[in-house]
Design a protein around this ligand. Structure first.
Ligand SMILES: NC(=O)CC[C@H](N)C(=O)O
Length: 311
């Protein structure tokens, strides 16, 4: 199967790369504006370790919202379903990822899901660890294990750049504090420092594909077969990815591509062909909903040609 892909992938990447010009690199986090807008790279990794890559796969980028899938898994392992769903809901919002709207509209002010910023900030508060640094260490250890033993690290410049300009995320977090989603004993700045740092974890397409493959295999480590995450929690994460992984373009993505995926404002996309492949994509130019224009075009082409839709 991957052999068929090997021949076609370079041509598909070349065609999709043209769609980068329809998007723009995110600049609300100043450090992200330095990314090469015309870039596009992809790695597809199969269950027995075979892989196919094309395009700008050497590019390092930060995970941004893609990290939210894995902090959700860690929070589920730390707190169980009940503990997590006491703080976040199970529904898509249809609003922008950083929207405050529904926090005030709907009682009791709980974020609708763990993949919007408000939800992911609440999830960061649930990760076990005695200090923000200890929590970040646990996040990095878990992400690195899922990425196949790579030593993933925080890009401190991107972290500082976001932290210094994150007025909206700060507002969301203080709103959550007022709504008691963040309890009395929780320091808002501590929670935000964990959140900004997990968003700033630096990665490549290949490492992202490896993390995706763990999800494709229901939480099992592709090399050892060991269960890294309980299958049930991976089911929850993939359901969220399908419903709201591509922000408020998730419905369109489900119809056009039909597989669980999660994007980030760095232009990364992690996608899962259940039971078969883990995929990592980078294309820093974003469309108006915040997803990589070239990356989405590429996944659409591949899904249609290779009949990947789950539906
Ligand atoms: N959509 C995203 O990738 C958002 C993540 C980013 N760190 C933010 O909070 O704004």
């Amino acid at each position: 199967m991957l052999d068929e892909l090997r021949g076609k992938l370079p041509g598909w990447v070349a065609a999709s790369r043209l769609h980068a010009s329809e998007g723009r690199v995110a600049s609300y986090i100043p450090e992200l504006a330095k990314a090469p807008g015309a870039a596009l790279g992809i790695t597809v990794l199969g269950r027995s370790g075979e892989s196919v890559s094309a395009g700008d796969t050497e590019l390092l980028f930060t995970m941004q919202s893609i990290s939210k899938v894995f902090t959700l898994l860690l929070a589920l392992m730390d707190n169980g379903e009940e503990g997590v769903f006491a703080k976040v809901g199970m529904e898509p919002t249809g609003d922008d990822f950083n929207s405050m709207l529904k926090l005030e509209l709907v009682e009791p002010g709980k974020p609708f899901n763990p993949l919007i910023n408000a939800g992911a900030i609440a999830i960061s508060s649930l990760i076990h660890g005695s200090t923000p640094a200890a929590k970040t260490e646990r996040v990095l250890a878990f992400f690195s294990e899922a990425a196949g033993g790579a030593s993933l690290a925080v890009n401190e410049e991107v972290y500082r750049s976001e932290s210094a300009t994150a007025h909206r995320n700060r507002s969301l977090a203080y709103f959550l504090k007022d709504n008691e989603v963040l309890g009395e004993d929780i320091d808002v700045e501590d929670v935000l420092s964990v959140y900004f740092r997990h968003c700033a974890v630096e990665i490549t397409c290949g490492q992202l594909a490896r993390m995706a493959l763990v999800l494709a295999l229901g939480g099992a480590d592709p090399a050892s077969g060991r269960q890294l995450v309980p299958r049930r929690y991976v089911q929850i994460a993939k359901a969220f990815m399908l419903m709201c992984g591509m922000y408020n373009a998730s419905g369109e993505f489900a119809i056009k591509v039909g597989i669980p995926a999660k994007s980030g404002v760095s232009g990364g996309i992690l996608a899962v062909v259940p039971g078969r492949y883990g995929i990592g994509v980078i294309g820093p130019a974003l469309g108006d909903k915040g997803n990589s224009t070239a990356g989405v075009h590429l996944l659409e082409t591949m899904s249609r040609s290779l009949a990947w839709s789950m539906f």
